[in-house]
Ligand binder design. Sequence first.
Ligand code: ATP
Ligand code: MG
Length: 422
Amino acid sequence: MNDILPEQVRRWHQLEADFRLHAELYGYAEVRTPLLEHTSLFSRQMGETTDVVEKEMYSFERHGEQLTVRPEGTASAARAYVEHSVHAKEPITRWYYLGPMFRGERPAKGRYRQFYQAGCEVLGDAGPVCDAEMLDLIAGFLRRIGVPDFTIHVNSLGSAGTRGRYRDKLLEYFTPLRDRLSEDSQRRFERNPLRILDSKDPRDQEAAKGAPSILDLLDDDDLAHWKGFLHALDVLGLPYVVDPGLVRGLDYYTRTLFEVKAVGSDLGAQSTLLGGGRYDTMIESLGGPKVPAIGFAMGLERLLTVIPEPPPRRGPGCFIAPIGAAAADRALLLARELRSFGVRVELDGRGVKLKPMLRRADALGARLCIILGDGEIERGVVTVKDLVGHAQDEIPFEGAARVLADRVSEPSPDISHARGLR
Ligand code: ATP
Ligand code: MG
């Protein structure tokens, strides 16, 4: 679990603002759900044999309730959708979320115990057009934030019947190889052979090389859906790789499944930036109506490692350097007035000599340094040192805030999302 210090938080703000803006372009609105849910929500929806549920959840008992700090966002969003009968209010719901998730796994670069995900869910649309549009949103977002190169991997898991048949086929295929599988895979063998395909253990990956493809087992409806999805991706000109080995770690997926991987990053096994897919049966299994759904989640830490660093933060518009007690009083009020005009101000209240104050103004990269001493008070002025243009002049104290605000009125890019700030 990481502390994120202000220098880094700036990058987070930018990324989060970009995500919100982009998701809203596609008609999504933000949903916020609690960090805690009943453990059963995740164990039932994600699947008892998944890594997350078996080993990674932070769960505890309190007042007789089994609770878990959320390891992902989809199950919570689906629960909220059912709980608030959202289906009765609108036929199609587009939600996005953004926030911390918790999984007690082994930390590595791009793998943490508290990490942040941003994700989107569409409920009420069976696709496949909406599936392709979701990838369009994703690809556009990754380009917008400057991910240099990525590949889209797609697959279809078919509907429940298809999965059942595939499970049998896989059991048949893996049975002679069983001894060569990882301990986890041997243990889960009968319950969930699909899991073997998603394993990161090299023994499982080796054994899975010749595994049958689920795409050969799709029924007519699944196949039409799959073809419609690929067609829409083609129309959108989105390049993709069909990857029949892609099953992803969770049990709730049906039909469309996808992952986006960073190309040329140093993330190693953590190069998967995001993953998602359909979960057409989840809403019903939560006690809601039959509502098809699709979603994805992406890890913000991983995105931040592959996108370029932004330019350094700009300094304040005005740095105020008062000399003496009378000046300090005036400086307090001037600072407040300047801020009311939207100017970012740093007031040096230390009561030190001019030199260290000027040094501080320089170090902060302030645009203007406002010097207020006894001489200035006598003349009814302030001295304005332009630290960028290296000029100096005096302006009347009366009305100084307005004049200074005009001088620094060029917007700072790093705070320009807060409209009206100068
Ligand atoms: P991985 O295969 O890398 O473990 P996953 O299949 O467990 O990922 P999901 O549960 O689908 O991942 O979560 C979607 C995204 O969230 C991942 O692609 C990744 O970017 C991010 N993510 C998942 N777990 C972590 C983690 N422990 N630390 C940082 N990011 C994570
Ligand atoms: Mg994982």
